[in-house]
Design a protein around this ligand. Structure first.
Ligand code: EPU
Length: 338
């Protein structure tokens, strides 16, 4: 294990922003991690956990020891005719794990194909797409206490998953490093095709009785048609969360904007697509130098190359103001600002 100093994080965040880490280490096992956490020298140094870097906006250098969880491995824990339970290292690339499951016929994560980031980062914000959230397949999450170095296993309920939320983003923020997660997957999958364009895309593909591989392919097709590939254009997926507003406010807005889409959350609350609000506020395809708003999905802010985190932050604030002025709705960032 090698601890480096002054390391550029440009290739470790999907916005491609050029910030530096004061110190950087890639930990490949729980033992390596606990050795650092219990080392008297490093104990005093502030620490920062950086997984796939697919949900952060670096606005400055990180004056800390940046720990990159590089723990690998997919291990079978339990198996019967119906299900399989797999324990996966935090450093595995999420999409590669999805492809592994699709290849073996293990259902449950196919709707989450092509989401950037790592397995360890996925439970943090309960990643979700096309009608499925990771909370529906997580059995438990393994983590290490950043203060004591002690191991702890969180059950699904203890993770307190919500819409792009978990205990790791709230009360336990920065307190634990996720070292792995255990997934319960189905060998007789129940397919989830109700959301948006999935059914239509499957029909276009000619998949009459779709398999999980068909669903994965349909979703990859939809994502590629709407979302920019971070390898080509820097971005962190949806920049804002979809806001939830009271039904009364939704009905009032419908008076002025009859086409406003909305999805009921509970009896009194409606979720509205932030992408729709941003587009109607006139931002879709906006570009200012190296940064802008993606032309095919207004919820995604982009760095065409050479933009700074501060510029993207300023743009996000302008978008928030203009959406608040036009619709009276406050957008909250999904991306974490550093
Ligand atoms: N829309 C617009 N203009 C836009 C973008 C969207 O009018 O520029 C409208 C669409 O027409 C549609 C609605 O907004 O009626 C929803 O759009 P879409 O299905 O593309 O999904 P989203 O709500 O914008 C959410 C997630 C995505 C996830 C997709 C698919 C959030 C914050 N985002 O986006 O997650 O892939 O649904 O399930 O919940 C991410 O979190 O990084 C992410 C990409």
């Amino acid at each position: 294990m090698q601890i480096q100093s002054n390391v550029s994080l440009r290739h470790l965040n999907t916005f491609g922003l050029d910030a530096a880490a004061r110190y950087f280490v890639n930990v490949r096992s729980v033992e390596e991690l606990t050795a650092i956490l219990r080392d008297p020298v490093w104990k005093r140094t502030p620490k920062f956990i950086l997984g796939g870097g697919s949900n952060i906006l670096l606005t400055k250098d990180i004056d800390a020891l940046v720990i990159h969880p590089g723990l690998k491995g997919i291990d079978m824990i339990e198996e019967n005719e119906e299900e399989i339970v797999l324990k996966v290292g935090a450093g595995e690339v999420w999409h590669e794990f999805v492809m592994y499951c699709v290849g073996k016929g293990y259902g449950g994560v196919e709707n989450l194909s092509l989401i950037p980031g790592t397995v360890g980062a996925a439970p943090m914000q309960n990643i979700g797409a096309y009608g499925v959230e990771i909370k529906s397949v997580i059995e438990s999450v393994e983590a290490v206490d950043m203060e004591s170095g002690a191991k702890r296993v969180f059950t699904n309920a203890e993770c307190r998953f919500g819409y792009r939320e978990s205990v790791f983003k709230k009360t336990l923020k920065d307190k634990y490093l996720i070292t792995g997660a255990t997934f319960r997957l189905s060998k007789k999958p129940v397919l989830n095709v109700a959301y948006g364009d999935v059914q239509k895309t499957l029909q276009e593909m000619g998949a009459e009785t779709p398999t999980i591989r068909d669903i994965s392919e349909a979703i990859m097709h939809i994502r590629r048609s709407k979302l920019p590939d971070p390898a080509e254009i820097g971005n962190a997926g949806s920049f804002f969360k979809n806001p939830e507003i009271p039904v009364t406010q939704f009905n009032e807005l419908k008076g002025t904007f009859p086409e406003l889409p909305g999805y009921p959350v509970d009896a009194g609350t409606i979720k509205v697509p932030a992408g729709w609000l941003i587009e109607r506020a006139g931002w879709k395809g906006y570009r200012d130098g190296a940064i802008g708003v993606h032309a095919r999905q207004a919820l995604v802010l982009v760095n065409y190359g050479g933009g700074t985190g501060a510029e993207i932050k300023a743009l996000s604030e302008k978008i928030q103001e203009s959406v608040a002025d036009k619709f009276g709705i406050r957008l909250n960032a999904e991306v974490n600002f550093i």
